[in-house]
Design a protein around this ligand. Structure first.
Ligand code: HEC
Length: 250
């Protein structure tokens, strides 16, 4: 019996785990994802359409699917969230023409799978990692998470601008602690939001990108639960049947 339980948990445990393996550096800031918080995902969707879809596509997600999953009426999505396409059945493409590469040095990548490729904390840290860097002539900013990033700080009106805090004389930031503490940024130009409100905004955006990477996640988990329940029921019944068969043999 014990072995059966072990076996079924080995086989089906994988259904319930989410696996995001970070690539391209450990996340600079800590982040706890909440992709099941529908209100947060909805706000993230709204902000994505407003501030990100001009450059980034989500080519594996259709507006109609997002509308259904997030409980938004299609007419509302059509009227207030679709800036780049005409039909709700179409995937979320960006308005960026091909020459964008010559503007930014790099075509803004499709973000459908970014939360799986990089991990949610990476995405959150990237959005929280912009700081003023005059040596970056094109955008005026650099990024703690992706040094040399060619994305402008598009949410500067919300966050304002931050700069790196100078390390005190003779001290190399965090060297004696193994260099593993979060680097310090301080606000040099205030934005419309406080830093806390900004962090909530980018948490919503990150939650939305987790949803976008796997729109079927909620369905998958509820299906997994049903399968597990069914397997356990079957194990119980089979065991009772076995006892019934062997009762007279002993
Ligand atoms: C003006 C165009 C533009 C806008 C608007 C924009 N981005 Fe970007 N973004 C870029 C470019 C260009 C890159 C490539 C950066 C690089 O690799 O140097 C990028 C990269 C990224 C990456 C890293 C992808 C990877 O795996 O390397 C993420 C995440 C991202 N953007 C999220 C966002 C979010 C969220 C928004 C909306 C708040 C947004 N971007 C708005 C241009 C834009």
């Amino acid at each position: 019996m014990k072995r059966l339980i072990l076996l079924s948990s080995l086989l089906f445990g994988g259904l319930l785990s989410t696996h995001a393996n970070a690539a391209g550096g450990e996340p600079v800031f800590a982040f706890t994802p909440h992709p099941d918080n529908i209100a947060s995902v909805q706000r993230g969707a709204r902000d994505f359409m407003n501030y990100c879809s001009g450059c980034h596509s989500l080519k594996y997600l259709r507006y109609s699917r997002a509308a259904a999953d997030l409980g938004l009426p299609e007419e509302l999505v059509e009227k207030s969230l679709m800036f780049t396409t005409e039909k709700v059945q179409q995937p979320i493409v960006s308005a960026m023409p091909a020459q964008a590469e010559s503007w930014f040095g790099r075509q803004p990548p499709d973000l459908s799978l970014v939360s799986r490729k990089r991990g949610p904390a990476w995405v959150y840290s990237f959005l929280n990692g912009f700081y003023v860097d005059p040596s970056k002539a094109a955008t005026g900013v650099n990024n703690l998470q992706l040094p040399g990033a060619s994305m402008p700080h598009v949410l500067w009106e919300q966050q304002g601008f931050r700069a790196q805090v100078e390390a005190p004389e003779g001290e190399h930031a965090g060297a004696e602690h193994g260099g593993h503490h979060a680097p310090e940024l301080e606000t040099v130009i205030e934005g419309k939001l406080t830093q806390d409100e900004y962090e909530e905004m980018i948490a919503n955006l990150t939650n939305f990108l987790i949803y976008a990477a796997e729109p079927g996640r909620a369905d998958r988990i509820s299906l997994g639960m049903k399968v597990l329940f069914y397997m356990l029921l079957l194990v119980g019944l089979t065991y009772m049947l076995k006892r019934e068969f062997w009762r007279d043999v002993h």
